[in-house]
Design a protein around this ligand. Structure first.
Ligand code: TRH
Length: 395
């Protein structure tokens, strides 16, 4: 539950600014970062957000009507055009994804002694240039004063900022995936029987794509029983159309259970992020998108397909390829080629029936690969560990 702000606030160690461009990724990443910093004892966190209604979709305890509130030990401040008078910036100020900080806040930063460390947390990308730009300083003039802003790039290699992954997450996932009784209780909570021996459970949280129609159609027609866990959202129409259930789209609601051939579709409400993680951990295959669900699918140690956030100039396709170069490097060539083709077809909106038909051939090796990939990614530390180390030399 949200607690309204008291009159006086403590000094903050972290100010994190989030501008919600669209969807849930901007707030999804910054909320995970704020939560991890707070829970792992790195100090008091204030999170500035311009769209509390979107935030509340993934944080049900939040009250979008409040200007300031404490939630799970973090102070959430509605970000208006103006900032409260006499604002005292935290020791570290993070602007997420190059959102522009309010000018009076930057002025207060420049006047503070010593000034805060200013970080621009960038979008995740596997492109090679990220290694050269990670950690670079960009001098900023503020009137007669100056401040350094540092670029911090998440990434997949030791020379980047790594990926957000809170301590204890991997152990919690292991426990969850080995607990048969717990899993049966989880499925029962969703109104489903325990998973059948030959059944596949698949979660899907993507954007619109014609590829979904062909994928869902082949799930309906295939011999394997499949249950699709579908949080309500942008992919609903394509999924139901592929299942021959387009007529159900206008009235579809969370909780509905739909059937078409060998496919069962369970419509889910959006939950908090921990609930979404549990869904990813429980499924045999996850279709994810954007940045944060993409990273969390990797921590699930299960096969996943990535529907990358589309960009006008098709820049996202090169980004997808650069990620796949890393992800597929340790797979036998045939399996790697298949997975590359599958991800590309999904992102180009192509028919994927023939690709899905090869799941029986490659599913097991993909599952093994998903486990080793998740371990490999953490070998050089998670993003918060790397960020704190980076700051130690600058504060
Ligand atoms: O929602 P996304 O598409 O977000 C974005 C934004 O559009 C952003 O502008 C863009 O730059 C970025 O992608 C790349 O995808 P993403 O990043 O996966 O964010 C979804 C968040 O929603 C993630 O934190 C998980 C969360 N979530 C829940 O908490 N509960 C749920 O039930 C579901 C389905 C998702």
């Amino acid at each position: 539950m949200a607690t309204p702000a008291p009159l006086s606030l403590p000094p903050f160690d972290w100010d994190i600014f989030c501008c919600v461009v669209d969807n849930f990724g901007d707030i999804g990443v910054t909320w995970r970062l704020a939560s991890q910093l707070q829970r792992e004892g790195h100090g008091q966190v204030r999170l500035w957000v311009d769209d509390l209604v979107s935030f509340a979709r993934i944080c049900p305890g939040l009250d979008p009507a409040l200007d300031g509130q404490w939630i799970e030990g973090i102070y959430v401040q509605r970000w208006h055009d103006t900032v409260p008078p006499n604002i005292v910036p935290a020791r570290v100020v993070i602007e997420a994804f190059a959102c522009e900080l309010p000018a009076p806040f930057v002025q207060a930063m420049a006047e503070q002694s010593p000034p805060p460390c200013w970080i621009n947390l960038e979008y995740l990308s596997a492109e090679a240039w990220v290694e050269d730009c990670h950690g670079l300083a960009s001098p900023q003039r503020v009137g007669k004063l100056s401040l350094n802003k540092y670029f911090f790039f998440p990434g997949f290699t030791p020379r980047t900022g790594g990926l957000l992954c809170e301590q204890g997450l991997i152990a919690a996932r292991e426990q969850w995936q080995q607990d048969e009784a717990g899993l049966a209780a989880y499925w029962a909570g969703l109104g489903l029987a325990p998973k059948g021996k030959d059944e596949l459970r698949i979660s899907l949280f993507t954007y619109e794509s014609p590829a979904l129609k062909s994928l869902v159609a082949s799930w309906c027609q295939g011999a394997t029983p499949i249950t699709l866990l579908l949080p309500l959202g942008r992919s609903l129409r394509d999924v139901l159309t592929g299942a021959g259930l387009a007529n159900a789209t206008p009235t579809a609601q969370a909780g509905d259970l739909l059937h078409s051939g060998h496919l069962t579709i369970k419509l889910l409400p959006m939950t908090d992020q921990a609930g979404y993680d549990r869904l990813l951990w429980s499924c045999d295959l996850n279709l994810v998108r954007g940045e944060d669900s993409f990273v969390r699918a990797q921590w699930a140690a299960r096969p996943f397909l990535w529907h990358i956030y589309p960009q006008d100039d098709l820049a996202h396709i090169a980004k997808l390829d650069d990620f796949l170069d890393h992800y597929l490097a340790d797979l036998p060539p045939q399996a790697g080629q298949w997975l590359r083709a599958f991800n590309q077809a999904l992102n180009h909106g192509q028919d994927v029936r023939e690709l899905w038909a090869q799941w029986p051939q490659f599913g097991t090796i993909w599952q093994q690969h998903a486990r080793s990939w998740s371990q490999k990614l953490l070998a050089d530390g998670d993003l918060v560990t790397r960020l704190v180390k980076f700051l130690e030399s600058r504060i």
